[in-house]
Design a protein around this ligand. Structure first.
Ligand SMILES: *[C@@H]1O[C@H](CO)[C@@H](O)[C@H](O)[C@H]1NC(C)=O
Ligand SMILES: *[C@@H]1O[C@H](CO)[C@@H](O)[C@H](O)[C@H]1NC(C)=O
Ligand SMILES: *[C@@H]1O[C@H](CO)[C@@H](O)[C@H](O)[C@H]1NC(C)=O
Ligand SMILES: *[C@@H]1O[C@H](CO)[C@@H](O)[C@H](O)[C@H]1NC(C)=O
Length: 525
């Protein structure tokens, strides 16, 4: 009897396994079928060929039509379609197929430049080059789209749209033909890949602030486009700081926008969409492509087709387009650089020679210096200064040291400037500010390891200091009877800093793929 029971349990288990196998087999997901250089000159012939292949794989023309997301037919040949794992294995055996890869998700690089937007790209000191400021050049931007009303995209001084341009201004949500001009000469958006991945989160328009168009809901693409080709904007500033003339590297270049990254929680940009953007950019006739997105380490080999930026840029480069990519934001750890294929230019982030020193005057008249971009609310006069561990709610834990949430005693923090010491990555200045604010504190001095980013706390004045200054402050607090301090407003100081240095947050080498090569760049013949 017992024997029998065990046997039937095994049978059940087996049945279950078989069922789940069938289930797994039947789930169709997006795969990219990459076929290398195109054989046919006519894109329509290439597309028909893709349809034929899919029809023979799936068994019907209807199925082929509904499963196809994109046909890549301008810069190279291939397509993205929904298929099961076994169908993907089958089509990989077709002789013309180079490889079949599942649709992956990339993330935006330079997201930390949020900290710098309005701060970093407004230097008038950059020397003019002899390239006519990029006049007549078309720069394609594969990113999160664009905010066309930004003053950087004013076209008053722009030359005519080059006659070789074959792109379009694709209309959509809050984006019509007037959103393009002689500066933004083209705009397209691609979301079939990410939409399949996120179960139509974007199309449902729920939980996202996205626009179904090339309009930028994140700000990243607007930042990269204006950095590359923004026109001069006089007196640009960030709340009065860093005032000056904002301009891109090539202020007279035209822009072509390819939106592939979307404001969705799972990641931002899908391989299928990225490849289509490369395909269309090659078709449209861009001269340069800028791509500030990628993956984290471990990297793929340069010829691994799962690296769609490497594939897309390879075909673009072979058509004479220069492709410029970001190296990533995984610094200051070494060996973190990505997008290092030898045919593209890999760019790191650097510091510039501008700082925002902010004075902290102590009750004993000693002045110490930190950095801040919090402007306009620092007029506190002399107020009490304390160290977070002294006003911990619970002396038995370590949470108050770096001002973890809820760690401060409200009675003791009320009305004071609080010094916090951060030695881990568990805490950052913005959430420490929130802790201090919630406890009734009115200012934050945050001692942390060196980092080139500067963030605004907005809810109360916050000043970042290094450990040396942090220790001097702490010594003062421990000695003084009634420790007090006055926080001044930040100033903009130019030219007193050694720069450029690779910014602390920027990914850096050596490359994990070719450690002995600093960076290879194959120039166009
Ligand atoms: C195009 O968009 C602009 C700005 O969003 C708007 O002012 C204008 O009325 C729109 N034009 C048309 C024809 O829809
Ligand atoms: C988005 O909207 C669709 C239909 O409008 C709904 O079925 C789906 O559950 C929603 N998703 C989320 C994450 O809210
Ligand atoms: C601080 O400086 C002010 C003005 O320079 C002076 O009047 C005051 O006596 C000084 N206080 C101390 C404690 O040194
Ligand atoms: C906070 O400090 C005050 C004053 O020393 C004390 O009376 C109070 O009990 C403390 N609150 C907490 C939650 O520990």
């Amino acid at each position: 009897m017992i024997q029998l029971l065990v046997t039937s349990a095994l049978l059940l288990l087996q049945n279950f396994l078989i069922l789940s196998q069938i289930f797994a087999e039947e789930a169709s997901t997006v795969h990219i079928v990459y076929m290398g250089d195109k054989i046919y000159h006519n894109p329509e012939t290439t597309k028909k060929y893709h349809h034929k292949m899919l029809t023979s794989l799936l068994g019907s023309k209807e199925d082929a039509k509904t499963s196809l997301l994109y046909s890549y037919k301008h810069g190279f040949s291939g397509f993205a379609a929904r298929m099961t794992k076994s169908q993907a294995e089958d089509i990989a055996k077709f002789p013309e197929v180079v490889s079949v890869i599942p649709n992956g998700i990339h993330k935006l690089h330079t997201t930390r430049s949020w900290d710098f937007i309005g701060v970093h790209h407004s230097s008038a000191e950059i020397v003019f080059d002899e390239s006519n400021s990029g006049g007549g050049t078309i720069i394609g931007v594969i990113d999160t789209g664009i905010w066309p009303e930004s003053a950087s995209f004013n076209d008053e001084a722009m030359g005519n749209i080059p006659s070789r341009w074959k792109g379009v201004c694709q209309v959509g949500e809050n984006f019509n033909s007037t959103s393009c001009n002689k500066k933004i000469i083209g705009a397209r958006w691609f979301l079939k890949g990410i939409n399949d991945h996120t179960k139509k989160l974007i199309l449902g328009n729920n939980g996202t602030s996205e626009y179904l168009s090339a309009r930028d809901a994140i700000g990243h693409g607007t930042h990269t486009a204006s950095t590359a080709a923004g026109y001069f904007v006089e007196n640009a500033n960030y709340k009065g700081l860093a005032s000056g003339l904002a301009r891109g590297g090539a202020p007279l270049a035209h822009l072509a926008i390819y939106k592939v990254c979307w404001d969705v929680p799972v990641g931002h940009c899908s391989d299928a969409d990225i490849l289509k953007a490369f395909d269309m950019a090659i078709h449209d006739g861009v001269d340069v492509l800028t791509v500030s997105l990628g993956i984290d380490i471990p990297v793929f080999s340069y010829v691994d087709h799962r690296d769609t930026i490497a594939i897309g840029s390879f075909h673009a480069t072979s058509k004479g387009i220069t492709v410029v990519c970001s190296g990533g934001n995984s610094g200051p750890i070494s060996q973190t650089v990505t997008n290092t294929a030898p045919w593209l230019i890999t760019v790191a982030a650097t510091t510039i020679d501008r700082t925002f020193p902010t004075a902290i005057t102590l009750g004993n008249n000693l002045t110490l210096w930190g950095e801040s971009v919090d402007n306009g609310k620092h007029n506190l006069g002399f107020v009490g200064l304390t160290y977070s561990e002294r006003i911990a709610r619970d002396q038995s834990d370590d949470l108050a040291k770096d001002c973890q949430s809820g760690s401060l005693n409200k009675t003791k923090a009320a009305g004071k400037i609080v010094l916090c010491f951060s030695i881990s990555d568990q805490q950052d200045i913005v959430s420490a500010a929130l802790t201090v604010k919630k406890a009734g504190g009115i200012g934050l001095i945050y001692a942390q390891r060196h980092e080139d980013g500067l963030r605004e706390c907005s809810i109360l004045p916050c000043i970042k200091v290094d450990y040396e200054v942090g220790t001097q402050l702490l010594t003062y607090i421990r000695r003084a009877r009634f420790p007090a301090a006055r926080l001044s407003l930040p100033k903009t100081v130019i030219g007193k800093w050694i720069s450029p240095r690779v910014a602390s947050f920027s990914s850096r080498g050596p490359s994990t793929m070719s450690p002995t090569v600093l960076k290879v760049y194959i120039a166009q013949p």
